[in-house]
Write a protein of this length. Structure first.
Length: 308
């Protein structure tokens, strides 16, 4: 066990562990022991009973609380670093002079594009994203994303129905949607974009090239136009989980998407990664639950009700 990542010294960890096990901690340096107990108390890992004896707090409470605190501190530090990163570009623009400030910057490489987007998004109050069909979940940044949503940041994301045939992406989108990053679905693969605080927009530098090269545009007229486009698409898109939709599992929702796409059973089974027999059983179970007499009626009912 090591709690050094949470800021504890080796000695403080020993003291806490001894108290958890009900052992008296012996130390050659009483002042050092007293200081360790005071710090453990400040961190919420121990408390003192009415007689003044130290008592260890349950790790499920104390350690969990400390982890959450450290995550908040880490996220705050990331946002401070992100702000410093943007200051570099602002200072560079000022150095070039007011008449030469760059409103469009090309960024090459997927890693650099993602880093620049997240450097702004982590401190933003509103993010609007329209993702391509090949959209892939960013699992590494999911905890930070959820944290920002919990802090009140407003995110809205548009994805294509086709992309949600990927079970990992489906689960990822549902997780974000339920946490506050509202997702809506479109049938086609529209214009890829990410708009941050309605002041900066990221778009591919060429059609279909979003992963290789992107433009970061801060020109007000362009940003306003792209924001209007996003809002128009959003207004006609379908909510990922409509309020009146049945409580479908992720598997059932994937089967509905496949049925609505009129795919052959063999192709649908292969996309789901199951046998043909298993896929047909999933279809039969879903139709029975929806009260549909056949596949066509099931898909039609789901579309009419806005469930997919």
């Amino acid at each position: 066990m090591s709690l050094s990542s949470l800021g504890l010294t080796d000695f403080e960890e020993i003291v806490y562990h001894d108290l958890l096990c009900g052992r008296e901690t012996t130390a050659c340096d009483p002042d050092g022991l007293r200081a360790a107990l005071q710090r453990l108390s400040a961190l919420g890992l121990i408390r003192f009973d009415p007689s003044g004896r130290p008592v260890a707090v349950d790790p499920e409470i104390g350690i969990s609380r400390l982890i959450r605190r450290r995550l908040l501190e880490t996220n705050a530090e990331q946002r401070r670093i992100s702000a410093a990163w943007e200051a570099v570009h602002l200072l560079s623009a000022q150095q070039r002079g007011p008449d030469r400030t760059v409103a469009v910057e090309q960024i090459d490489g997927a890693d650099r594009i993602n880093e620049r987007i997240w450097s702004l998004a982590l401190d933003a109050q509103e993010v609007l994203a329209m993702q391509p069909e090949r959209y892939r979940p960013c699992l590494g940044r999911l905890p930070v994303h959820l944290q920002r949503l919990g802090e009140g940041a407003r995110w809205r994301t548009i994805v294509s129905r086709q992309s949600l045939l990927d079970p990992e992406l489906m689960e990822y989108c549902v997780t974000l949607h339920r946490a506050g990053d509202h997702h809506r679905l479109v049938d086609d693969d529209g214009q890829q974009m990410v708009i941050v605080d309605r002041s900066v927009v990221f778009v591919p530098s060429e059609p279909g090239g979003g992963e290789r090269s992107a433009l970061m545009i801060s020109q007000a007229g362009v940003v306003a136009t792209m924001t209007d486009l996003f809002e128009r698409v959003w207004a006609h898109a379908q909510d990922l989980e409509p309020r009146d939709a049945p409580d479908l599992t992720l598997r059932e929702r994937r089967v509905l998407y496949l049925l609505a796409g009129t795919r052959k059973d063999e192709v649908a089974a292969r996309e789901m990664g199951v046998s043909l027999r298993t896929y047909r059983r999933h279809v039969a179970e879903l139709l029975e639950r929806l009260g549909a007499a056949n596949r066509f009626q099931g898909a039609l009912l789901a579309k009419q009700q806005g469930w997919i």
